[in-house]
Write a protein that binds this ligand. Sequence first.
Ligand code: ADP
Length: 858
Amino acid sequence: MMAQYLALKQQAGDCLLFYRMGDFFELFFDDAKIAAQVLDIALTSRGEHGGAPIPMCGVPVHSAEGYLARLIRAGCRVAIAEQVETPEEAKKRGGSKALVARDIVRFVTAGTLTEEALLEPRRANVLAAVCEVRGVIGLAACDISTGRMELEECAPDQMGAALARLGASEVVAPDSWDQAPVDCVPRPNRSFASDEGETRLKAVHGVSTLDGFGQFSRAMLAAAGGLVTYLDHVGRGALPLLLPPVAREAGTHMAMDEATRSSLEILVSSGGTRRGSLVETIDRCVTGAGARQLAEDLSAPLTDARAINRRLELVSWLHDDPLLRGDIRGILRALPDLGRALGRVVAGRGSPRDLGQLRDGLSEARRLHDLLAARTDRPEPLDAVLPSLAGHGALCDLYSRALVPAPPTERSQGAYIAEGYDASLDELRRVSGNARRAIAALEAKYRDDTGISALKIRHNGVLGYFIEVPAKHADRLMAPESGFTHRQTMAGAVRFNALALHEEASRIAESGGHALAAEEAHFEELVAHAVRAKEAIASTAAALARIDVAAGQAERAAEGGWALPRVVDEPCLEITGGRHPVVEAALGVRGERFVANDCALNSQDRLWLVGGPNMGGKSTFLRQNALIVLLAQAGGFVPAQGATIGLVDRLFSRVGAADNLARGRSTFMVEMVETAAILSQATERSFVILDEVGRGTSTYDGLSLAWAVAEAIHSINRCRCLFATHYHELSRLAETCDSLSLHHVRAREWKGDLVLLHELAEGPADKSYGLAVARLAGVPAPVIKRAKSVLEKLEKGRAATGGLAAGLDDLPLFAAAIEAAEEKVDALRERLNGLDIDALSPREALDLLYQLKAQANG
Ligand code: ADP
């Protein structure tokens, strides 16, 4: 057995091997140690291998799903080795000692789950493949639970952002690629080839050219090759549902890198869960598919005003008509998860219940279609999705006739095909029903015949039907002429058979077996119908999700008194009465009120420096504006009284010295790497929020960096920016930067206590209130007192020397300083260009090198 195990383990590679033995999946060696620890189950041992006992643990097959879910969540991948023949077949093949043949039937990995129990209903489960083809990154992503597949390409420095947007639960990449993302699953290089990808996609969709689906670059196809080959590998040749690939065009979505996403806590909060995230606060979808679509919208806000306005038009219509909204949400709420049911059915793992869900989902979609189509005031964008909601009449009709109202999840017991659908099946059922009744009648007859009122006819899996009498009456039936044959003697009872019973039982078994086979055949045929209509069903599911998102957004807007944003092309950002949805909700729970604030950026005033005390509301203000932009471009209402939003191409959010030790870099290093990315990538159409940049280093370093970064954003990137800082000295930037203005969050000291007003006002912050905040936080009075006397000393010193920023008066302007730096480099270049190297003696060359070096340093 160990030889068989080890051979399978070799195939399983670095996946844990679930080795089927009877009613258990067993794990051995290191696999057992890992699983025992993750699952908190007992680690035992068995036999010996190489002189040492073999560690072992196991999980029961019937509850394996729950254990699998935990292993997957802990980052493991699992190979399932099943018995592929029965013990009888094994004996026939190789004698009584023959080992049952086993094979890996499937790999279970985070990105390739389809089991309802292992998937979160409100979260897409994305598998991504990424590779590089001649300096271009290709990405292929799919959610195999619904079959959606998307291909895209990007520059190497955008790979991190693209992967962050996809939020894949598993990423595969070529094994020899040194730039592969961390934690990816390495796969053979050769599967990431564009011709491989093209051939595979054509085969999956049965087409001779991919042109009908869109234009795909070599990088995209290479990634698709890696993805489909991996799916083929994990499914052992059985591919899941894959819809035709869609090419994602570059520039159609607002770019956000990973740091921005995590700092804005869009889909997960800083705690690592959905709780406290933006999506949790705004999600009012009533279906899982809607919630998944909303998460995708928030991950990839649009940059095209027309597309945004189309979404907004629908939300606005539903916002203004609460009754209609209620009706729509009522229909949607009862819907099954159409897309995922389809995914299971097409992947060959569907149950009768899944078919029932398709039937119910599609017929409800029709009902929604009729409700919406009857509305003459419907907005134009709705017409694009309406046709997808109808058109499954024949399939619904077939499924309604074929299936019982509530089909079971198990196929093995039958009873899911409705009566009246197939006359021969009805006949088989009638025969077996008659036989069952006949058996009930036999019981009464045998009681009469024998005079034993305790006689019973019973059934179990081993004996089938049998007659049972208490042991004290058994003798009567044991008599040779009784017509009964003895089968089994139990502790208090004896079991018998009889000819008539045997006949009826065989009738039940035979007709039951035929009925099961007939149901099975119908099931296959019903599945085939769904497979043929898979694209149309998927588009119905997508249309339902889109409507759910719009209705949910409208609901949320109505609940919070949100406003319809106006999206324009100029680089402005005018928000009146803006609020932070998550902070507002958190305050609401505590019965506190959120103070709304305005923001007004435009090309003449595009950088706001925001000062004021800690805890004064600076971060909240910065983020609320970024979130309002994001929500608007995702096509929803915004938490404000009014908002005019100039389209943003890239959104950046940075928080000074975020704790990121997990990534193995110092916090300050992270801060600077992230800041560097903004300075190199932000355009005039971007929106940047910078929170306390420079905080992670010494005062002088920090102030200088914050100063230079603010200047560069103002004069070079020229993007819209909110810049929170506690360095007073930065306010002097207003003297030299025309499009920069000063603002602060207000605070007041009242009877010695600090009152934070969370209200934004114009002008620089008057003082820093650091000690007052410390007192508010409960720092003991003697410490505060001591700090006060240190502060007084320092301030005296500052008055004498002119303070931290003394000496900056003669600092040349930022632009001029850059020119000067460039000039020096150019002088060097000129001299190098003028050289005739062949005319130099070795001695002269050496001298010249010394001179050039001195010039470069000088
Ligand atoms: P800062 O960045 O200035 O240190 P924060 O933005 O982190 O301050 O805000 C600190 C706390 O103040 C928040 O957690 C919130 O409870 C409260 N707060 C912030 N802004 C507001 C507001 N506009 N209205 C009411 N409370 C607010």
